[in-house]
Design a protein. Structure first.
Length: 199
């Protein structure tokens, strides 16, 4: 009986180790984003576009689900600030418009169902978003920061997918924070990536 239990434990431990080693090829390129070429308060009106998902990843249902979750978080955080700025600038002599265009460049999202089915063996979740801030009158790109978040394989397994879903909120927060912090002054901001993962 003891032998069987030891074998079972050995198999379980092996699965956990393999899962912990299962990573994703999605890698960030920087730890910090450069400041925009000018502060966002130079504009009097702001348009926030819907998140675009790169075609390579759009065929996966889980990735489409993840895009919707990120969009919901952005609608709450970012649109609240943008609505205030638009109200402030509605009577401004300056009629410049800044278009905010978020795009998911790369993503691997493991849904709750995937975590329940394969646990850590599915590997880690990760997402890279790039946001273009464009002067609509000239087409000039004022800023194009990158944002990265990751949910480790083991964390996703033990939390039954909760850390995978939390990753989506965190990246929406990074985008919102960058936008808000660069409104009054052009200061840049973090990508969300740790140095050890940067290519």
């Amino acid at each position: 009986m003891v032998t069987v239990n030891l074998k079972s434990f050995a198999v379980f431990a092996s699965v956990m180790v393999l899962g912990a080693c299962a990573t994703t090829d999605i890698k960030p390129s920087a730890v910090m984003n450069l400041p925009p070429s000018e502060r966002f308060a130079s504009f009097s009106r702001f348009e926030v576009k819907r998140i675009q998902l790169a075609p390579t990843y759009s065929l996966d249902e889980a990735n489409r689900e993840a895009t919707g979750i990120i969009q919901n978080h952005l609608d709450v955080r970012l649109n609240t600030a943008v609505n205030e700025w638009n109200e402030t600038g509605k009577n401004a002599v300056n009629s410049r418009v800044l278009s905010i265009e978020p795009r998911i460049e790369q993503i691997k999202y493991l849904s709750v169902g995937a975590r329940l089915g394969t646990g850590a063996l599915s590997g880690s979740s990760a997402v890279i978003m790039r946001v273009r801030y464009v002067d609509t009158a000239t087409g000039k790109v004022v800023a194009e920061p990158e944002f990265f978040q990751r949910a480790a394989a083991m964390g996703g397994a033990w939390s039954f997918g909760a850390t995978d879903k939390d990753m989506l909120k965190r990246i929406a927060d990074l985008v919102s924070d960058y936008t808000v912090k660069n409104y009054s002054a052009a200061v840049g901001g973090p990508t969300g990536a740790p140095q050890e993962l940067v290519q």
